[in-house]
Design a protein around this ligand. Structure first.
Ligand code: HEC
Ligand code: HEC
Length: 352
């Protein structure tokens, strides 16, 4: 797949128009010229009383130290080697919800991958170019353990995915994004700190370090006193209901592709990458699923319960195409109590 031209570090563009901050450079430079034995001048403040942003040597704001990389929560395997530094993640966090990434200035990554709902979308939404998406934005948690990206796994890395995703979803061209960000001294200070306009590496570092773990079940699993309903739910998940065949612990995904008979939107899925796999999509992790507001690649299930019930019917709900259903997905009949217990177990895979 085509790589982005802007992956390498570019010289940081000095913001020509620093606005009011330019005045402050003068103020601080004047302070700096005083000899050290003189009493320290009072902290300069703006007219409205807001504290002044300290400016570094390059005339850019001094950033607070980047927080350390997030720790991998309990219940997850050791994290594979990932290209993330605290500084890249700090920049990535800002860019992730910055609408200046889109041509229209209206859409950011967070508009579709909602951080408040597991970095997933509720339903299919329009791209910045007003095209209807065929797919719902999947969750971005625990991507560090994945090896293929997109519902169809067509990209080998997040970097590869973003090479087309930035244009496809945000209608963004990197040179235009860089030009729009040139006016922002804070972003420029971040660029200076990471050694260039590292937009894609920063977004990759941020998304790769979104972890979802430390769920109630991770704690109970190690304890003797497990809530009886969760023990029943776990047993069903692992055996009778066959969920673990595809949603394999501890990540609760097998990283593979399966067809559940969902055809509300014409979509070849994995078939676009591998012949004979039409209608198959990547198994989403069930960690954090209770935070999401929409389910399945086409957003056709509005609730977690509806998604679970679709599986229990063996993918044979209204409007399904039985001819493309994975043989591992079989109809399962549960008692009302068993169904409740299975739901409670799936919910216990989401941190409170
Ligand atoms: C308009 C909605 C939209 C916007 C904006 C958007 N995405 Fe996505 N994202 C999607 C959809 C839809 C998919 C699924 C793509 C596919 O399967 O082809 C996706 C997939 C992904 C994936 C792959 C996840 C996986 O499990 O394989 C990553 C990573 C990602 N997006 C990151 C980002 C980042 C970073 C941004 C901001 C630069 C962004 N997205 C902006 C809708 C969006
Ligand atoms: C044959 C493999 C397979 C089995 C068995 C299976 N799943 Fe799934 N599951 C998938 C795949 C693949 C998807 C995504 C399908 C799509 O969106 O097209 C999925 C999606 C889901 C989702 C929606 C997640 C999201 O973010 O969209 C939930 C919830 C879920 N499964 C729960 C379960 C439960 C509970 C069971 C057991 C009753 C189960 N699954 C059994 C493969 C499987």
């Amino acid at each position: 797949m085509k790589r982005l031209a802007h992956r390498t570090a570019l010289p940081v563009r000095r913001a020509a128009a620093l606005g009011s901050l330019a005045v402050l450079v003068g103020v601080l430079a004047a302070c700096g010229s005083k000899s050290s034995d003189q009493p320290k001048p009072p902290e300069p403040t703006l007219k409205d009383g807001a504290p002044v942003v300290a400016l570094g040597d390059a005339g850019l704001p001094t950033l607070p130290p980047a927080p350390p990389l997030p720790e991998v929560p309990a219940g997850l395997p050791p994290v594979p080697k990932i290209a993330a530094t605290p500084e890249l993640v700090a920049l990535g966090e800002l860019l992730f919800s910055d609408p200046r990434l889109s041509s229209t200035g209206t859409l950011s990554c967070a508009s579709c991958h909602d951080p408040a709902h597991g970095f997933a979308g509720a339903d299919r939404v329009n791209t910045a170019a007003e095209k209807r998406n065929a797919r719902r934005a999947p969750t971005l948690v625990n991507l560090a353990w994945q090896t293929a990206y997109g519902w169809d796994g067509r990209a080998d890395s997040i970097e590869d995915l973003l090479a087309t995703h930035l244009g496809g979803q945000l209608d963004a061209k990197l040179p235009d994004v860089i030009a729009r960000l040139a006016e922002d001294p804070v972003i420029q200070a971040h660029f200076a700190r990471v050694g260039g306009e590292q937009i894609v590496p920063a977004l990759v570092a941020y998304t790769l370090t979104r972890y979802e773990g430390a769920a109630p079940w991770d704690r109970y699993e190690r304890e003797h006193d497990k809530p009886p309903e969760l023990v029943v739910g776990y047993g069903l998940f692992m055996t009778k209901a066959q969920c673990s065949v595809c949603h394999t612990p501890p990540l609760y995904t097998d990283g593979a592709y399966h067809a559940l008979g969902l055809i509300s939107v014409p979509d070849q899925g994995r078939g676009m990458v591998e012949a004979g796999k039409d209608g198959q999509f990547k198994t989403p992790s069930l960690r954090g699923a209770a935070k999401r507001q929409g389910f399945f690649h086409d957003g056709s299930a509005e609730t977690l319960d509806a998604a679970i019930d679709w599986h229990l019917q063996g993918g044979r709900g209204a409007g399904a195409d039985p001819s493309i259903i994975d043989p591992a997905l079989r109809p399962v009949t549960l008692t009302a109590a068993e169904r409740t217990a299975l739901g409670a177990f799936v919910a216990a895979l989401t941190a409170k």
